[in-house]
Design a protein around this ligand. Structure first.
Ligand code: UD1
Ligand code: UDP
Length: 362
């Protein structure tokens, strides 16, 4: 039987592919796990493979490119050589990163079917490289695993050629599978000097590559109504350093800057915080998971996770400091009753995806 290739290139792809890798390992379908090296620091890559108790990748690429185009091309060339050797039945990609587009294009050029996990998300914000990556990948995929009805509707509207399956999002599976482990293993709360805190993350290129947005976030952090815990993405640290703002951010009272955290520690911070402010995609989903259920202020102009907004978990507040601070004040004062069910599924997305693979490839 030809193997299924499972591709992950960045932190969120490892996390969201983990439940699929685990479900596949319980079948007779052979699989090959490829880490394509877009993220490469220990705390952006290997840390997650260990946290999620995944097997070591069968293949890992070392990418040296410095521009997004060269990064995409290098991953594509590495994937092309690998696919020639492995001849898989299908290449599974997850999400919307440059790794996803590169691996999908490599498979398309070798006439190998592509399965897109988390297909059909749309922010309609064409400034975002992710919006282009996900649209392009959806249109060359044969199997489209849509997490929600809304994602499915987006795909139908665009007349994609592949078959669409409604599965839920594996982000919810990952939270359900790992929160009990995190509760036993994580000691992160011992490092938090605050009783009540906001958990913040920001890394989106259209935010942190723009100095005026960085300045706005700095002011939000300095005037926040409650302390902030901020595990910082390497892209953001680099931009703050380039703009001579990192020392100023570090010196802010009541802001605890941490390195990028492991998944188990991050789950515990989400569980224990009062409020999340973020421009992350995956965190908008995880905030709705049973065991987490936290309000989120999305510090962006748009979201491709509109379901989180409609269910009452998330609010898109833009990047202007006044609006973010006003929304924080309101969120800190007001206790909102959040739904128990996640709009992103019930934790069975990976099993549904693997069942579809079994029907088609076993
Ligand atoms: C990428 C994805 C984004 C996703 C994010 C997850 C694209 C276009 N963007 O953004 O959709 O939300 O991953 O975190 O694919 N860096 C390090 N160490 C690392 C990785 C990155 O120092 O291990 C630094 C480098 O300076 C690099 C910069 O971060 O140039 C940006 O990394 P890159 O992978 O290009 O984009 P992300 O911002 O991480
Ligand atoms: N995450 C983590 N440690 C951190 C920050 C995030 O484990 O310090 C996890 C988070 O739980 C989620 C994923 O990383 O599963 C989100 O990744 P990111 O925000 O980088 O990417 P996006 O989802 O926006 O593509």
């Amino acid at each position: 039987m030809k193997p299924v290739v499972v591709v992950a290139g960045t932190r969120p792809e490892i996390i969201k592919m983990a439940p699929i890798i685990r479900a596949l390992s319980k079948t007779k379908i052979p699989s090959v796990f490829v880490h394509c090296g877009q993220h490469y620091d220990y705390n952006m890559a290997q840390q997650f493979i260990e946290n999620l108790e995944l097997p070591a990748p069968d293949y890992s690429f070392k990418i040296e490119a410095s521009s997004p185009g060269a990064q995409t091309a290098e991953i594509m060339m590495n994937m092309d050589q690998l696919l020639e050797k492995i001849e898989p039945s299908i290449v599974l990609v997850e999400g919307d990163t440059n790794s996803v587009l590169a691996a999908a294009l490599a498979a398309n050029k070798r006439v190998i079917p592509i399965g897109h996990v988390e297909a059909g998300l749309r922010s309609f914000d064409l400034r975002m490289p992710e919006e282009h990556n996900r649209r392009l990948t959806d249109h060359i995929s044969e199997y489209l695993f849509a997490p929600t009805e809304k994602a499915k509707a987006n795909l139908l509207k665009e007349n994609v050629w592949g078959k669409i399956y409604l599965t839920g999002n594996t982000a919810i599976d990952a939270v359900i599978q790992h929160l009990p482990i995190a509760e036993k293993k994580s000691a992160i709360m011992e490092k938090i000097p605050f009783q009540t805190f906001v958990l913040a993350t920001a890394h989106r290129a259209e935010n942190v590559d723009n100095v005026s947005v960085l300045e706005s976030f700095m002011e939000v952090f300095s005037k926040s109504p409650i302390p902030i815990v901020y595990p910082m993405h390497p892209r953001t640290k680099k931009r703050l350093q380039e703009n001579k703002m990192f020392a100023q951010m570090e010196a802010l009272r009541d802001v605890l800057i941490l390195p990028p955290l492991g998944y188990l520690d991050f789950l515990i911070l989400m569980k224990n915080c009062k409020l999340i402010i973020t421009d992350s995609g995956g965190i908008q989903e995880e905030a709705t998971a049973p065991g987490i259920r936290k309000p989120v202020l999305v510090i962006r102009l748009s979201t491709e996770r509109q379901e989180a907004v409609e269910a009452g978990f998330a609010k898109v507040v833009g990047t202007d400091k006044k609006n973010i601070l006003a929304a924080m004040e309101e969120a800190v004062k007001k206790e909102v009753e959040l739904p128990y069910a996640s709009p992103f599924g019930d934790g069975t997305a990976a099993q549904k995806t693997v069942d579809i693979l079994k029907e088609n490839f076993a």
